[in-house]
Write a protein that binds this ligand. Structure first.
Ligand SMILES: CC(C)(COP(=O)(O)OP(=O)(O)OC[C@H]1O[C@@H](n2cnc3c(N)ncnc32)[C@H](O)[C@@H]1OP(=O)(O)O)[C@@H](O)C(=O)NCCC(=O)NCCS
Length: 175
């Protein structure tokens, strides 16, 4: 896979398609599932581009062989003075889960974070009920840093929120 930049119209179409799957939304976000229009999302993305700050970096993920757009990976809340940021990732189609694309994209993003942005660490949040993401993050080198107990309500029960992170020196040891 490779990381790309796309026109807002292309990203909006992929976003809307992905968000039609409530399981995807459940794994990615703690907000309620909603249906969006391509027009609305495109406008929202364009507004974001206009005022995009250097604290946000978003990439699309495309498969090398077919050039199919399969998801996004991104970095937000960069605190340059602290060398810290938060990241997120989502592959929108279930058929692409479990094939190594996500972990691959994480590895590319980490290389960008540590060799281009020169940050010192990166954090992420993941739900207790998302073992695939937990495993993928672990494979990319993230470690568990904390647990917020019973933070989320899903399927009539409470679930923990998990915070993971990776330090530059840990990433250097992975190679
Ligand atoms: C999370 C995500 C990015 C991971 O990418 P991916 O390409 O599916 O992950 P990979 O194939 O690289 O690795 C998945 C690992 O989880 C394991 N796994 C899958 N289901 C699992 C389960 N129920 N329990 C434990 N491990 C599981 C796989 O076996 C694999 O580990 P292995 O290589 O040691 O066998 C992707 O699945 C995705 O976008 N999911 C939907 C949205 C989402 O969850 N985003 C993250 C929010 S924090």
């Amino acid at each position: 896979m490779r990381l790309t930049a796309e026109d807002p119209a292309v990203t909006a179409e992929q976003f809307v398609r992905s968000n039609r799957d409530s399981e995807y939304v459940r794994l990615l976000d703690n907000t309620e599932a909603r249906l969006w229009s391509v027009k609305k999302v495109k406008e929202w993305l364009e507004k974001g581009f206009e005022k995009e700050t250097p604290a946000t970096f978003t990439f699309s993920i495309r498969i090398l062989e077919s050039d199919r757009l399969i998801g996004f990976v991104g970095l937000g809340g960069v605190q340059w003075s602290q060398g810290d940021a938060w990241m997120g990732i989502g592959l929108g189609d279930r058929q692409d889960w479990g094939k190594g694309y996500g972990t691959d994209a994480l590895r590319v993003l980490l290389r960008y974070i540590f060799t281009e942005l020169n940050l010192h660490r990166v954090s992420l949040g993941v739900f207790e009920y998302n073992p695939r993401a937990l495993r993928s993050y672990e494979k990319a080198g993230f470690r568990m840093e904390g647990r917020q107990r019973k933070l989320y309500e899903r399927e009539g029960r409470r679930w923990d929120g998990i915070v993971m992170g990776i330090l530059r020196e840990e990433w250097e040891q992975l190679a």
